[in-house]
Write a protein that binds this ligand. Structure first.
Ligand SMILES: CC(C)(COP(=O)(O)OP(=O)(O)OC[C@H]1O[C@@H](n2cnc3c(N)ncnc32)[C@H](O)[C@@H]1OP(=O)(O)O)[C@@H](O)C(=O)NCCC(=O)NCCS
Length: 345
């Protein structure tokens, strides 16, 4: 038995009629628990090691509360005590190791580790997650397996209620699970659970952040951050801009954006950017695009495919408004973030 566990969470889950987990809400998931906490889980519940998902009854929670108190883990002890009053199933999910998830409860724990900033995008193994998650209607009466929705809608109507369906998706809104500190979000529907929003990030209504992706620090996001894309501190995404999930033109290299970059309004990147790069508004750079590299006097030094410039720092990309050619120059005026935009988080 290893003496440290990767992560664990106590939470409240929703099951479909078959007893499969649709989702689990873990208010305070935890990583790298101490040995004493692991011992508390082992001695007070049916947890016997490994990666495991258990439903806890009141008696389990009583014992867990006492054991966690003894172990000095006050936060989790208090949560265990509070959950005794839950009318919904209480779940203990323990991940001894960071292996691919084997059920939705494990996948939800991992997504919440990212959104709680306990793990950065790409640091948790999510292989096979899509196949595990159940397509769910997120409604005013909670999560409902989409296959059970029509029946629930009829029942509700017969009692004079209308179920409001907000979305049908394998992923819920991040904000319904966690609101990390120091962020602003214009429209909660645009941030999926599993997004990572750094301290000081603002996502305007037009912005979007997928799971296993996001910002590491202060950013103004008015464009779309695709699954897997990570944006460094101080970089801004202009209105309607797009980031491709992988290096465009095939392959599975996930692109990233460094620090202090600006992707202009309606621009897009299919290559990664290093630090202090700017992409002109409206310019979409795909990996195979031919790019004229200019010197200080705007003379063409060479022509390369954009993928050869992927990840390099201090570049300014623009489309020559006279010739239509994509050009790349040294970025002399790396953007300075408008402090006022970020001052109110
Ligand atoms: C690409 C960009 C950064 C260039 O801005 P800049 O560095 O301030 O450059 P300037 O507009 O001062 O232009 C510098 C020179 O390059 C020329 N130039 C600029 N863009 C050009 C283009 N696409 N083709 C040819 N020449 C161009 C200018 O005419 C100017 O020439 P000059 O030295 O002879 O006067 C800017 O146009 C841009 O797209 N910014 C993004 C803004 C944005 O979208 N923000 C997010 C809002 S939500």
């Amino acid at each position: 038995m290893s003496d440290q566990i990767f992560a664990f969470g106590l939470g409240i889950g929703t099951q479909n009629k078959e007893g499969d987990w649709l989702e689990v809400f873990y208010p305070t998931p935890s990583t790298n628990a101490e040995q004493s906490t692991l011992d508390a889980l082992l001695e007070s519940t049916n947890y016997e090691g490994g990666n495991s998902t258990l439903v806890l009854e009141e008696g389990d929670l009583n014992r867990l509360h006492m054991s966690l108190l003894k172990a000095g883990n006050i936060e989790q002890a208090e949560l265990a005590s509070r959950l005794k009053a839950s009318t919904q199933p209480v779940v203990l999910c323990v991940l001894a190791t960071n292996e691919a998830p084997t059920n939705p409860a494990e996948a939800y724990l991992k997504l919440q580790l990212i959104s709680h900033r306990l793990a950065q995008p790409h640091s948790v193994v999510l292989d096979g997650m899509f196949g595990l998650l159940i397509n769910t209607a997120w409604t005013s009466e909670g999560p409902i397996d989409v296959r059970e929705l029509a029946d629930r809608q009829l029942s509700a109507r017969m009692q004079g209620r209308t179920i409001e369906v907000f979305s049908v998706d394998k992923f819920p809104k991040m904000l319904n699970f966690v609101v990390p500190t120091g962020i602003r979000v214009g429209d909660g529907a645009r941030i999926r659970l599993g997004a990572h929003l750094g301290e000081g990030t603002t996502v305007m209504h037009e912005g979007f952040v997928n799971f296993n992706a996001g910002t590491l620090g202060s950013s103004m996001v008015e464009g779309r951050i695709s699954a897997g894309v990570v944006v460094g501190n101080g970089s801004d995404l202009g209105g309607g801009c797009s980031t491709m999930g992988t290096l465009s033109g095939g392959g599975n290299i996930v692109i990233g954006v460094g620090e202090k970059c600006l992707i202009g309004a309606n621009a897009g990147i299919g290559i990664g950017l290093g630090d202090r790069c700017t992409v002109e508004s409206g310019l979409y750079i795909t990996a195979g695009s031919k790019v004229a590299v200019l010197d200080e006097n705007n003379q063409v030094v060479s022509t390369v495919k954009a993928r050869e410039l992927s990840g390099q720092s201090d570049l300014l990309f623009r489309r020559n408004s006279e010739t239509g050619a994509i050009e790349c120059k040294t970025n002399k005026t790396a953007i300075a973030l408008n402090e006022a935009l970020h001052a109110h988080n």
